[in-house]
Design a protein around this ligand. Structure first.
Ligand code: MLT
Ligand code: MN
Ligand code: ZN
Length: 293
């Protein structure tokens, strides 16, 4: 199985267009690597690819990765797109994929319902883009030899669907993780997760690779930095410091943080927090990072 991190940042990216925080300024100045928004590409054979989450940066992401370049006049190796929730950073890129390219679009029925409610996504022609609902815990082939199983993880509805009262630890079809299997290897992709209950740790145990929600280092970091009023948990993301502790004794072949917010000190490869995460056995996802299992 080959996995390429197309974008390692959370919604907004690094730098975020309207943010003058230290990390965003460092990325603008080239002192730390910029990061595009949340997406990974996966293949079992190196020829046919599935993209997990279609970020608003997908046009540049596809251009940056030779494995996903066109192989003919109007022909390229993308066979499917799978989205793990309806958040804008995970679905807005679908609008970019509207140029008569056939692919299958996988999501839970609830996420498909959210997408179906957006008239602009009608730009994806129904005769070319087959919308395939996937029930929780049902396996489906998303590219030749590559199987995906969606499973519920604690999370919340997309920001644009929030009402007055927001449940941040919903377990259902709105926020899912993906279990990928190919050639006898098992990888888990969980870019958003609010809690790590024992049943989820059990699912993670023994995986060859875990790509996990690295949005914030600490729960109140955006408040302390003066960037916003919300905690990570309020946004449906558990903080990295708690994730590392919760998964300390869970055996995993390789563990990688993805979906880093620009406030997160892990965006700086030279930070003390990056060293601390690496000392705990974690890697920080970066755009273009490639993993072969
Ligand atoms: C998130 O991961 O919390 C969302 O992508 C935030 C957003 O919708 O901008
Ligand atoms: Mn996000
Ligand atoms: Zn910033």
């Amino acid at each position: 199985m080959r996995i390429i991190v197309l974008g390692a940042a959370a919604g907004g990216g690094l730098p975020q267009w309207n943010c003058g925080c230290g990390n965003c300024n460092a990325a603008r100045a080239g002192r730390i690597p910029a990061m595009t928004q949340s997406s990974v590409a996966v293949s079992a054979d190196g020829r046919d690819w599935a993209v997990l989450n279609a970020s608003p940066d997908i046009r540049a992401q596809l251009a940056a990765v030779p494995a996903l370049h066109p192989t003919g006049l109007r022909n390229m190796p993308l066979r499917s797109v799978l989205v793990t929730n309806g958040d804008i950073d995970h679905v807005a890129g679908l609008l970019t994929l509207r140029e008569s390219q056939p692919f299958a679009l996988f999501a839970t029925p609830a996420i498909h319902a959210v997408l179906a409610g957006n008239p602009m996504l009608g730009a994806l022609r129904g005769d070319l883009v087959e919308r395939k609902p996937v029930a929780l815990d049902q396996s489906v082939e998303i590219a030749p030899g590559l199987t995906a199983t969606l499973f519920a993880v604690p999370g919340k509805v997309p920001l644009y669907q929030e009402g007055d009262v927001v449940e941040t630890d919903l377990v259902g079809e709105t926020t899912v993780g993906v279990e990928l299997t190919a050639n006898g290897r098992r990888a888990l992709y969980i870019p958003g997760c609010a809690e790590l209950p024992d049943w989820l740790k059990g699912r993670i145990a023994g995986a060859d690779l875990l790509m996990f929600d690295g949005t914030l280092w600490e729960d109140d970091e955006m408040i302390r930095m003066g960037l916003g009023q919300k905690t990570g948990r309020r946004m449906g993301h558990m903080p990295v410091v708690e994730t590392m502790a919760a998964l300390q004794d869970v055996s995993v072949g390789r563990r990688v943080f993805v979906h880093m917010n620009n406030s997160n000190p892990l965006t700086d490869p030279g930070s003390a927090q990056t060293r601390e995460a690496e000392a705990s056995g974690w890697q920080v996802g970066r755009d273009g990072m490639e993993i072969t299992l």
